[in-house]
Design a protein around this ligand. Structure first.
Ligand code: ARG
Length: 296
């Protein structure tokens, strides 16, 4: 984030503070699945961000998505692509296509009929890529609501994913699954309210960033207990989907407009990289939404 490095009193103050250097954190290369937004537009409304009456610019969406793609390649990540489906404007939001771990792909079953065909399309891709595919019994929107933190799976519900799928995930992956209830319709997927910062570390070291007001009281208690050292972001940063980010343990790709979160990450020794996905934000999605991690 070249522009932000020199901006504002907070960042200037930080430059002289005795910070843990970013070099101490270790990034690991990852494998991600993405879908070019060739058919992106906003033609229906299934979240409060979407306004079908307003115009969208598909070529700008593609251009911004290309910059995210390029940022991942520059970090050394392996990127796989799935063919975008005509008539599936939200298919660019690959995170919702499923959840993979241990070579198993738990398929998605979408809440809204507009996105339903994406479930089988992603499952076909996983099958072709050699994953053991588990067809879901219950509604779930993949990594949008199912996130791996260390050895624990955080699972969201409230707007999209059926809590019964949390038990399904527990059975399929034989991991601890913590259920969290979302309460703010603007943060309708777990990945709009939580960012996993060091996904590979053991539970003791694993950390997250989150927006407390996106969760009910039980959720907040649980998050405070499990992640006492978590970054709590401002409403302003969450409102540009700043939490909807991808970390490799060191480099955190975030919304360029999430200036406060950028500073919080730097204070902790992470290396934030800002990208502008303003056009995709019109669909209610950001960096993480465009990215599905492939864990074989
Ligand atoms: N328009 C899409 C929907 O409402 C956006 C999905 C964003 N994806 C995410 N992982 N949060 O379903």
């Amino acid at each position: 984030m070249a522009g932000l490095a020199s901006a504002g009193p907070t960042t200037a103050g930080l430059a002289s503070a005795p910070l843990r250097s970013a070099g101490e954190r270790q990034g690991n290369t990852r494998r991600y699945l993405m879908c070019r937004p060739d058919h992106f537009t906003v033609s229906y409304r299934i979240n409060p961000w979407m306004h079908p009456e307003d115009p969208t610019d598909t070529s700008l969406a593609v251009q911004q998505w290309e910059s995210l793609h390029a940022a991942y390649l520059a970090l050394g990540h392996d990127i796989e692509l799935i063919e975008p489906g005509a008539g599936l404007p939200d298919m660019v939001f690959a995170a919702n296509g499923g959840f993979t771990l241990d070579g198993i792909a738990y398929g998605a079953k979408f809440t809204h009929p507009e996105r339903a065909p994406e479930g089988p399309a992603y499952m076909d891709w996983f099958r072709d890529a050699g994953f053991r595919v588990i067809e879901p019994e219950f509604v779930n929107e993949g990594e949008g609501d199912i996130m791996l933190v260390g050895d624990t799976i955080l699972a969201g519900t409230g707007f999209r994913t059926d809590p019964r799928s949390h038990d399904e995930v527990r059975r399929v992956f034989d991991r601890e699954v913590l259920s969290l209830t979302l309460v703010n319709p603007s943060f309708y997927h777990l990945d709009t309210a939580i960012s996993v910062l060091d996904p590979l570390s053991g539970d003791a070291a694993a950390n997250i960033a989150y927006l407390p007001e996106a969760f009910d009281a039980d959720g907040n208690r649980l998050l405070e207990q499990r992640y006492p050292d978590a970054i709590r972001v401002s409403t302003e940063d969450a409102a540009v989907l700043g939490l909807n980010s991808i970390s490799d343990g060191r480099n955190v790709v975030i919304a360029a407009r999430a200036v406060g979160f950028d500073a919080q990450l730097r204070e902790r020794g992470y290396h934030p990289i800002g990208v502008d996905l303003s056009e995709l934000l019109l669909g209610g999605g950001g960096v993480k939404c465009c990215t599905l991690e492939l864990r074989s």
